[in-house]
Design a protein around this ligand. Structure first.
Ligand code: AMP
Length: 394
């Protein structure tokens, strides 16, 4: 059978990220981004055969942007497109794996929308547009939450009145599932271990960050919860704070829910702590030049990450390795070394030269000789979505 082509689509409310994934090729034959959709400045950017191009598509919506994309995709796939994989952020408890799209699956994604009010409606916009444009092509929804549906109840329940869980779905779901799944599988391959009997701690560190404990190919715990705000310090998100912070700010400062929400999601994290940037690269440079806020933001980020990994170790009986991934995890020897320094009780230590070598897509082991394995594994969510799409097409 010739290698198959899958178009992977990730829709935001005014954007579409896309990649054409060929089973047999490491590089994507076509990838790009449509942004500012619905406005006069709507634009489509793409990369093909090493070249970059853009096209203004004023006032285009998701459907018009996809219609512009269609001939390019068919060209890059030599007319052989086998399916479309849609990234959907929230699958609630309804989806434990990727699912072929039909009316019932679409209706269920819509009922889950209150759990992801910004993300699921955007994904549905893309799904509806793609189904109209490609009515005969098999299409699959791949959920960020599905990988974590294997968490045991003691990991996913909050200590809240039961009715909130039973009647309103208030529980921990976790996110970044495609990335945690992909890098733990790759990590097992790199280590020469069977994935189905291996134990990993993963730190996915990007603008959004989360940790995950993976045992025998299943997520057993993860740091994000009902929403992607729980857990680690992130670019602009606070991660864990005292749950009474809302009432404290409301009573003492008169802040309303919208203002508190915005502060926790958009003005906090690395940006809030440093007072200068949400971007780790910028903060590392500022720290070098003596910026105290940047130095503090990095210290808090690494300490909280170390604490989270240590707490995730409760879900493991054995540690086959720690994996770093995401823009920060793949590129910051400083963050990796500061984080691992907090985990001496797990016996972890790094080799400085190996740690410095693994940046910009270089994968490999970075632990000091005789210490537990630590790997840098570049993530590839598009490829994982394509693999899951192909698996559900059979
Ligand atoms: P992502 O969301 O996975 O694209 O990751 C974005 C984050 O990765 C941003 O905070 C970037 O500053 C960070 N990042 C990318 N390259 C580097 C680098 N060379 N050193 C430190 N952080 C980096």
């Amino acid at each position: 059978m010739p290698a198959r082509n899958i178009l992977v689509i990730n829709c935001g409310s005014s954007s579409i990220k896309f990649a054409l994934v060929n089973e047999a090729q490491e590089h994507f034959p076509l990838s790009g981004l449509a942004e500012r959709l619905g406005s006069a400045d709507a634009v489509l950017h793409w990369q093909r055969d090493g070249g970059k191009d853009s096209l203004a598509i004023p006032n285009a919506d998701h459907r018009i942007a996809l219609a512009h994309l269609l001939p390019m995709v068919q060209g890059a796939a030599d007319g052989h497109l086998h399916g479309i994989g849609h990234r959907v952020v929230h699958g609630g408890e309804s989806f434990t794996r990727a699912r072929r799209l039909d009316d019932q699956v679409i209706a269920t994604i819509a009922t889950i929308a209150p759990l992801a009010p910004l993300h699921n409606p955007a994904a549905l916009q893309g799904i509806e547009a793609a189904l109209k444009l490609f009515p005969t092509l098999p299409q699959v929804a791949v959920f960020d939450t599905a990988f974590h549906q294997s968490m045991p109840e003691h990991a996913y329940r909050y200590a809240l009145p039961e009715a909130l869980y039973r009647e309103h779905g208030v529980r921990r779901y976790g996110f970044h599932g495609t990335s945690h799944h992909y890098v733990s599988h790759r990590g097992a391959q790199m280590a020469g271990l069977p994935y189905a009997s291996s134990s990993w701690l993963v730190a996915h560190l990007g603008n959004g960050s989360s940790t995950c404990a993976i045992v025998n190919g299943e997520s057993r715990d993860t740091s994000m919860g009902l929403t992607p705000l729980e857990g680690l310090v992130m670019g602009t998100r606070s991660g864990d704070v005292d749950p009474n912070l809302h009432s404290h700010l409301a009573r003492n400062l008169g802040w309303n829910l919208e203002k508190i929400d915005h502060m926790l999601n958009n003005d906090s994290g690395l940006l809030g702590l440093s007072g200068m940037s949400n971007d780790m690269r910028t903060l590392e440079q500022a720290r070098e030049q003596g910026h105290p806020g940047a130095a503090l933001a990095i210290e808090v980020f690494c300490y909280r990450l170390g604490k989270s990994l240590a707490s995730m170790s409760c879900a493991l009986e054995r540690l086959d390795g720690v994996i770093f991934t995401g823009g920060i995890g793949e590129n910051s020897p400083l963050v990796r070394s500061k984080t691992i320094a907090h985990l001496k009780l797990l016996g972890l230590a790094l080799d400085d030269a190996q740690n410095a070598r693994c940046v910009r897509g270089v994968a490999g082991p970075i632990e000091a000789a005789g210490h537990p394995r630590v790997l840098v594994v570049p993530t590839n969510e598009e490829r994982q979505i394509a693999l899951e799409t192909l698996a559900s097409l059979g």
